[in-house]
Design a protein. Structure first.
Length: 396
């Protein structure tokens, strides 16, 4: 049986599906193509970690038909010429729709703003993801320039002076195991600053990967005050807390997995609409870069191939949120906020009751680091169609 999952948010969603593409012996559900506004595909510059081809293949396998790629590349897309390098690879290698960000500052160094006008036509938004913009004056000017062009500022919020060499959450696990911690204030303090600037400038503002309870409350308050703000969190912040940490690099990401009360606040933020969407922050690294323990491994994990089944299994099936709410978070809301259209032939087909375990060795992504290795999951993607073309099809 084939069920088209229709949400009242996309009333016209009626994909035309060739039955020959699908097995006849399973109950299947068709969803609108998922949309992730925060991924790292590492090309150009770091193709040993990931490429546009491997990253978009991983996305398609996870049900995603549109993603937005962060600008921490080499060259950084901070000029039209540098951006063209990435766009040509996307055109040549991408199997789904890929929307690049430009950086806010040249080289993401936080010293000089990019020429917003020359870049705005060809990018989804502006972000220095991986680094917080430390200068309040520079961020205010960036917001003014972005607002004049009707573009969004998308911010990784982090106060460098509060990091103190930390690499996991400054909580009970760090204290018990002798690790240097990252305080939550390093995140929420810059969010607080930026919300005031967004209110002052009228800029559309989006906060990346929030992880702390204070961040949720600040954004909730700002929304009530009419600030044009949205935010995302990631699956690992909703499903893990510091009690789940192990002495392995696959548990290291930035911002870090925080305390149980932070996780609970994030879930509450999902439920009351403070948190608008879930993005993976898919951040692949080589196995060598992730094999150095919590202190010395690179920050970042992969997530595109596991996001939906993890969220479906541990939030929907556990009764925390509805399936329609999940689709809003990973398909509808990201498109609405970032003005990413859903094409007529853009969908993904899942066998929801199929049981599996997370097996990084089978990932299509070059990155294999995930804290969810060996977790039991429900849901398998059988087919993803992007722009009328098969982007992924299960072959076994």
């Amino acid at each position: 049986m084939l069920t088209i999952f229709r949400t009242d948010r996309i009333p016209s969603f009626s994909p035309v599906i060739d039955p020959a593409l699908l097995p006849a012996d399973r109950e299947l559900t068709v969803f609108p193509g998922f949309c992730d506004v925060h991924v790292h595909f590492r090309e150009p510059g770091f193709s040993y970690k990931e490429t546009i081809l491997s990253g978009s293949n991983a996305a398609a396998r996870g049900g995603y038909t549109a993603v937005c790629t962060m600008p921490n590349l080499n060259p950084v897309p901070d000029t039209p010429e540098h951006l063209r390098v990435q766009r040509e690879i996307i055109e040549r290698s991408g199997v789904i729709s890929i929307y690049p960000y430009a950086s806010i500052t040249k080289g993401e160094r936080g010293e000089e703003l990019v020429d917003f006008e020359s870049l705005s036509r060809d990018v989804i938004a502006f972000s220095d993801d991986g680094r917080g913009v430390q200068s309040s004056g520079m961020m205010e000017e960036a917001m003014r320039k972005a607002a004049a062009l009707h573009k969004m500022i998308v911010a990784h919020c982090e106060v460098n002076d509060l990091l103190s060499g930390g690499y996991i959450h400054a909580g009970s696990y760090a204290a018990a195991h002798g690790h240097r911690g990252i305080v939550s204030e390093s995140e929420w303090r810059q969010i607080e600053r930026d919300l005031a600037l967004a209110k002052k400038t009228g800029c559309a503002y989006h906060v990346c990967h929030i992880s702390a309870k204070e961040s949720v409350e600040l954004i909730r308050k700002a929304k009530k005050e009419g600030v044009d703000v949205t935010c995302e969190t990631a699956p690992h912040y909703l499903l893990l807390d510091e009690n789940d940490l192990r002495e392995e690099g696959r548990y290291k990401m930035n911002p870090p997995i925080r305390a149980k009360e932070d996780r609970n606040a994030l879930i509450e933020g999902i439920l009351d609409g403070t948190i608008d969407m879930i993005a993976t922050d898919h951040a692949p690294h080589s196995s060598e870069e992730k094999a150095k323990g919590l202190e010395k491994s690179a920050f970042g994990i992969v997530g595109l191939e596991t996001a939906f089944p993890l969220l479906y299994t541990y939030l929907v099936k556990e009764g925390v949120i509805t399936l329609e709410k999940l689709i809003d978070l990973i398909a509808v809301n990201p498109r609405e906020r970032f003005h990413i259209p859903l094409q007529s032939e853009e969908y993904t087909v899942w066998s929801l009751d199929e049981e599996d375990t997370v097996n990084p060795a089978a990932f299509l992504s070059k990155g294999k680091a995930t804290p969810f290795e060996n977790w039991n999951i429900n849901g398998k993607c059988l087919l993803t169609v992007s722009n009328g073309r098969i982007a992924y099809q299960e072959t076994h």
